[in-house]
Write a protein that binds this ligand. Structure first.
Ligand code: BGC
Length: 858
């Protein structure tokens, strides 16, 4: 093999973009993978070619997020980027990679000449969407056409009746006071010489629709408005623009009402007429920024698993999967047939159980035009549902393709998977994935169905490691963190949900939630190799930790003020989720020590002084030990969560830690392997058991099926992760609590343990440059595996137990190293390529846990 074909280099990736059209970074960082059969392959140098410009050979092992080597891109500039590399021992470079074409968006405010336009009147409280339109002429010899667009509200664009792009719910929800996303579309093929029409659909969305459980409208502004800049580039080098301005007209269209929570009403009989001149509207206060993360798209459609007639006018459909999205109907009925679509996650007594969605109406209505076969899907709403009731269908039967569920969420590349020999555990993992899909809808939300759907910071904080394994979320979460930073006060008050909207919920320095600022940027760094979120969020994290430091009393613990604590532990009464068993101040103090330590790590990453943060972490750790732990390691809250926090956040002396681990294991056994943790303890408890030598208890806790447990919902037919351990009670009735969602990812944070400990795949250095391969078989599993598409290429760890032998295969991407540590074996370090290990293995479950001694022995 010649060096030319020994290594194949992928087309460069531009930042984290999947389609680098209209990007907002003038100097985007570049990444590539190398595929090679050569073991232990390492890169010594690279060369980047941008058009005719070349960087020349740059000696560097870096292949992830390397700096843009050329002059910055200007607005609209296109560049063709290629790369080639030199292996450590090669004199000659690889062949050039394929080319990636990148195109910059509108990089400076002056590049925008369009203005925001909307309907003539102020329409406060009117939830009826509008249409906006403009006719224009295209000359022959058009070479390239781009649309740059966004809205105050939600919009869809059409050119000559064809959809522009494939996004849903654009421009998504950001903290509009600070930032408003726009996107760029290539519309060259939608245009023709002569007369053309551009049409915009415009609805309230998050800009001014009614949402939040207090149902307030006009949160960001009184008017909706559209911003479009269509640029036509001709062969002769000239450019013409069609932009939103006074030349546009508006009218009411067939959508009668639309709201994120309440659904959409579309009357197809309505003939659009009465076009009037638009009015110019106030520009957005927030900065126009090119969206960095993926947009919301339709990602899958599901047919109903069953259709049952439940009364004269109503069919009940079961899609077999709880999801976020909406229904698409294909119907042939007489004009004026009104078809109603209602949505729910669960059924009770054979009908939709609507109580959990609270004030969200989740009700779509389509009125037929009567023109033959009509296909319709709402445009500006989405629902969380597995079941739907369809009323008024014109035929007796609903066929399998007549009503389908369209799954809608951020179109993130899927990069992680897990498999094992236990089907219940595999289903649990699948449920975690579906809850992530159901809740990454423009912002990382708590739930997709009820009158909430807010970017609760605590939920994402605990779920981020799982999210970053399953999907490429660096850009999307990074973008949301920009809003977290923008909305965090000088006093370090991190909103409990971001974007922040006013509700009755108080704002306070809430541990677990505000710690999103210290935890998540480092998760992104570790999983993607990108330090930019740390740099961008450092000042915010510092403000958060400072704010919490001011809450410390003279004993160096937090002991007053509001806290949500170990939210929703199974002992909390249904209507008081914050009344968990663990002292909320123990939780808050533990988290402050942890966050100060993480802030010190952030400082090291950025090359600034970590000492003050380490000193604070030491001080709070000492306070924690004095106040909450006995000398021998018993916590004052004698709960699973208290020990999990103390162990995982390294808050104990060695002697205390051993005892604490033993006590945690004992509590778990005493509970007969029922989970006892809420949002704070759940992501940590299995690691705490594992780290202190109680792997078998960890597996028993993971694999328990009684209520409450991770697998109990699976045995009850769950297809997503529930908000509460017992959202559905063992008798099939729905938990009476006011907050009962069946699609909340927080308790699914356990999947990270499945990846790192059951399968044994974790990053040991940012971006998986060094991989920690540490499978810990147990629980009677006979095989498990995890695959992850790291920034350096695909990684696999797979193991199988045959009798007393453990066989492990590991795939390490070029440029990476794996530290392989099998149970009871010394660690070995291997380079890239395929590796196979066998070792004698006695699993923890070969010696099952002895029956519990009577209670007084503890
Ligand atoms: C949300 C949670 C959130 C919590 C905090 C709930 O209503 O659904 O997931 O973190 O409130 O108060």
């Amino acid at each position: 093999m010649t060096p030319q074909d020994a290594a194949h280099v992928s087309a460069p990736r531009i930042e984290h973009h999947t389609r680098p059209l209209g990007i907002g970074e003038p100097t985007p960082r570049l990444s590539w993978w190398v595929a090679t059969d050569q073991p232990d392959w390492r890169q010594a140098a690279y060369e980047i070619r941008i058009g005719q410009w070349t960087s020349g050979r740059i000696d560097s092992e870096q292949s992830v997020l390397v700096p843009w080597p050329a002059p910055p891109l200007t607005s609209r500039e296109q560049a063709d980027v290629r790369v080639r590399v030199w292996a450590a021992d090669a004199a000659a470079p690889s062949a050039w990679s394929d080319t990636t074409r990148v195109e910059a968006g509108l990089l400076e405010p002056a590049a925008w000449v369009a203005g925001f336009v909307g309907s003539a009147d102020s329409t406060v409280g009117d939830r009826r969407p509008i249409l906006l339109q403009r006719l224009f002429t295209v000359r022959p010899e058009l070479r390239r056409a781009r649309v740059y667009a966004t809205a105050l509200g939600l919009y869809e664009l059409e050119i000559n009746g064809h959809r522009v792009g494939d996004e849903v719910l654009a421009p998504g929800w950001t903290s509009y006071h600070h930032r408003l996303h726009y996107r760029t579309h290539d519309v060259t093929d939608l245009l023709h010489p002569g007369e053309n029409t551009i049409t915009g659909w415009l609805a309230d969305g998050w800009w001014r629709g009614e949402y939040g459980w207090n149902r307030v409208g006009e949160r960001y502004g009184e008017d909706t408005a559209l911003l479009v800049q269509l640029e036509l580039h001709y062969a002769d080098g000239t450019m013409e623009r069609v932009v939103t301005d006074g030349e546009w007209v508006w009218a009411h269209g067939p959508i009668v009402r639309s709201g994120i929570y309440d659904g959409e009403h579309h009357d197809a009989r309505i003939v659009v007429s009465g076009w009037e001149a638009v009015r110019e509207k106030k520009a957005a206060k927030g900065e126009l920024t090119a969206a960095a993360g993926p947009p919301v798209r339709r990602t899958e459609t599901l047919r109903p698993r069953s259709v049952t007639r439940v009364d004269e006018r109503t069919h009940l459909l079961d899609f077999g999967q709880n999801l976020a999205g909406r229904l698409r109907i294909t119907v042939d009925g007489p004009a004026g047939t009104a078809i109603g679509l209602r949505h729910a996650e669960v059924i009770e007594n054979g009908r939709l159980c609507l109580r959990p969605i609270r004030t969200a109406d989740a009700h779509d209505v389509y009125v037929t035009a009567g023109t033959g076969v009509e296909t319709w899907e709402p445009r500006f709403t989405y629902h969380g549902f597995r079941y739907a009731e369809v009323t008024g269908w014109p035929d007796d039967e609903i066929g399998p393709d007549d009503v389908v569920a369209v799954v809608v969420h951020d179109d993130m590349p899927e990069i992680g998977s897990f498999a094992c020999s236990d089907p219940l555990l595999e289903r649990l993992h699948e449920n975690v994935r579906w809850s992530m899909r159901g809740n990454f809808v423009s912002v990382p939300t708590d739930c997709p169905q009820r009158d909430e759907r807010l970017g609760w910071t605590g939920d994402l904080q605990v779920f981020a490691p799982t999210a970053a394994f399953l999907y490429d979320t660096t850009a999307g979460i990074g973008d949301w963190l920009a809003d977290v930073a923008a909305e965090t006060g000088e006093d370090g008050l991190v909103p409990l949900y971001v974007p922040h909207i006013a509700t009755s919920f108080p704002q306070f320095h809430c541990a677990v939630w505000g710690d999103v600022t210290t935890v998540v940027p480092l998760v992104l760094l570790d999983r993607s190799g990108d330090a930019a979120p740390v740099a961008a969020g450092y000042a915010t994290a510092q403000r958060w930790v400072d704010g919490c430091r001011r809450l410390l009393n003279d004993r160096d613990v937090i002991a007053s003020g509001l806290q949500l604590g170990d939210w929703l532990d199974p002992a909390a009464p249904p209507d008081r989720p914050q009344q968990a068993l663990t002292d909320p101040y123990l939780v808050a103090t533990a988290y402050l020590a942890h966050s100060a330590r993480l802030l010190a790590r952030q400082a090291r990453v950025l090359g600034t002084d970590p000492a003050p943060h380490d000193a604070l972490a030491d001080r709070v750790t000492a306070g924690f030990r004095r106040e909450f732990v006995t000398a021998t390691g018993r916590c004052v809250s004698d709960t699973q969560t208290a020990y999990a926090l103390a162990i995982r956040f390294d808050l104990l002396t060695t002697a205390q830690r051993d005892h604490a681990g033993a006590r945690l294991a004992q509590l778990v056994r005493e509970a007969e392997f029922r989970i006892g943790t809420g949002f704070a303890g759940t992501p940590l408890v299995l690691d705490a058991l594992t780290e202190t030598g109680h792997l078998e208890e960890a597996y028993r806790l993971l694999l328990a099926t009684g209520c409450p447990s991770w697998l109990y919902p699976v045995t009850m037919g769950a297809t997503t992760i529930w908000e509460r351990w017992d959202a559905m009670l063992p008798d099939g009735t729905i938990n009476p609590g006011e907050m009962t969602s069946f699609n909340h990812y927080a308790l699914g944070a356990v999947a990270d343990w499945l990846h790192r400990t059951v399968a044994g795949l974790a990053p040991a250095e940012p971006g998986y440059r060094t991989i920690a391969v540490r499978p810990r078989p147990g629980g009677g599993l006979t095989h498990a595996s995890a695959r992850h598409l790291s920034p350096y290429g695909p990684i696999t760890v797979a193991w199988q137990r045959t009798g007393a032998t453990l066989e492990v295969t590991v795939e390490v991407p070029p440029g990476c190293t794996a530290i392989v540590e099998l149970p009871d074996r010394p660690a070995v370090t291997v380079g890239s390529g395929s590796h196979r290990f066998t070792a004698p293995h006695r699993a923890a479950d070969d010696d099952p846990i002895q029956p519990l001694p009577p209670r007084e022995h503890f």
